[in-house]
Ligand binder design. Structure first.
Ligand code: 5AD
Ligand code: FES
Length: 351
């Protein structure tokens, strides 16, 4: 690590903002020594805000139907080989009930953009979960919808919304998505979610095709300015039935480095150690926590459908029962000196 790299890291640690050019220098200049320093500073920051707590969210993958055709995603519309399913309201509620018994106080409903989940259907599901478990938070990760729809879902009780921005560079966005999708609409959705009152999560894949140190610097600047309550990042992993089948996967090394940088930019952010990180490295999620992440998301989807929610190849946690998945992650977190906490785990300071 040269002096310049060290200075950039210490400036971040003092809550100073870097320019976009400096973020890309920081990424380009990284080596193992820089990564260790960053991870230590990130772990200290996280400890100051959250102690040794790691929050846990029960992930329920409600539908593998998607009207979109993102070039990287295994459940894209044009993938004829994708196995499609959707969970009914009753099935979703029973996953949440089981999760409640296992100690979960946040449920994340994630799915492709499936027109079956109209506002009425989805509002009915959200309000049923909130009625059954008023002490729980419901997070939605259901893609791009209208502002009116986001409002109805919020009024039905949804607390948080995850919508990865995927890349903050319009040209890069265009290379990852079909032409009927737009960067402007993605950003519009994030703004609308924020204005509606949600705790909002954005994020991106590390090592996605056409990504450069400069586009990554743009992602960091976007995160610094947008100040999301949550931020999901994980390595890109090719899926064999997509146009990106032959592309290289993102690395654990760069993902961990960026997790640490994001922790220093936003000390209070809720930052998951993702399933994708656990897929490219068996100890990826533990390493993610040590690099500054503070959230894990065990899978609560019914065992029969898990393999069908295949965004990328070799996804982990597809053969386990919910209870196994949750016990496994608890043990993994304990093994690196952290404890899973049983509460909603709202963003600190969020009113
Ligand atoms: N590799 C890694 N992450 C992926 N996602 C979709 N496809 C892949 C892939 N091939 C991520 C996207 C999306 C989230 C739900 O999953 O970032 O927003
Ligand atoms: Fe877009 Fe799946 S096709 S996230």
């Amino acid at each position: 690590m040269d002096l310049k790299e060290k200075e950039l890291i210490y400036r971040l640690n003092r809550d100073e903002k870097l320019s976009e050019a400096e973020y890309s220098e920081l990424i380009k200049g990284r080596d193992e020594e820089a990564a260790v320093l960053l991870a230590n500073l990130a772990a200290e920051k996280r400890k100051a805000v959250f102690g040794d707590a790691v929050y846990t969210r029960g992930l329920i993958e409600i539908s593998s139907n998607c009207r979109n055709n993102c070039l990287y995603c295994g459940i894209r519309r044009d993938n004829q080989n994708a196995k499609r399913y959707r969970l009914t309201k009753e099935e979703i509620i029973s996953c949440a009930d089981e999760g409640y018994g296992l100690g979960f106080r946040t449920f994340v409903l994630q799915g492709g953009e499936d027109p079956y989940y109209t506002d009425d259907v989805l509002c009915g599901i959200v309000s049923a979960i909130k009625c059954g478990h008023p002490d729980c938070a419901v997070t939605l990760s259901m893609g791009e919808r209208s502002k009116g729809s986001y409002r109805k879902l919020y009024d039905a009780g949804a607390d948080r919304y995850l919508l990865r921005h995927e890349t903050a560079d319009a040209e890069h966005y265009f290379k990852l998505h079909p032409k009927e999708m737009s960067f402007e609409n993605r950003m519009r959705c994030l703004r609308d979610l924020r204005e509606t009152g949600y705790q909002v999560g954005c994020g991106f894949m590390v090592g996605s095709p056409f990504q450069t140190d400069e586009t990554l610097a743009g992602d960091l600047k976007f995160i610094e300015l947008f100040r999301p309550e949550m931020c999901g990042i994980g390595p890109f992993i090719p899926h064999h039935d997509t146009p990106f089948a032959k592309e290289k996967a993102g690395t654990v090394e760069l993902t961990l480095f960026l997790l640490s940088v994001i922790r220093l930019i936003l000390p209070k952010v809720l930052l998951p150690a993702t399933t994708a990180l656990g897929t490219v490295d068996p100890d990826g999620r533990e390493k993610g926590i040590l690099a500054g992440a503070n959230v894990v998301m065990p899978n609560l989807s019914p065992k029969e459908v898990r393999k069908k929610y295949e965004l990328y190849d070799n996804k982990i946690c597809t053969g386990e029962e919910s209870a196994q998945c949750s016990k496994c992650l608890e043990a993994r977190m304990r093994s690196v000196g952290y404890r899973l906490v049983v509460d909603r785990g709202d963003a600190p300071g969020f009113k």
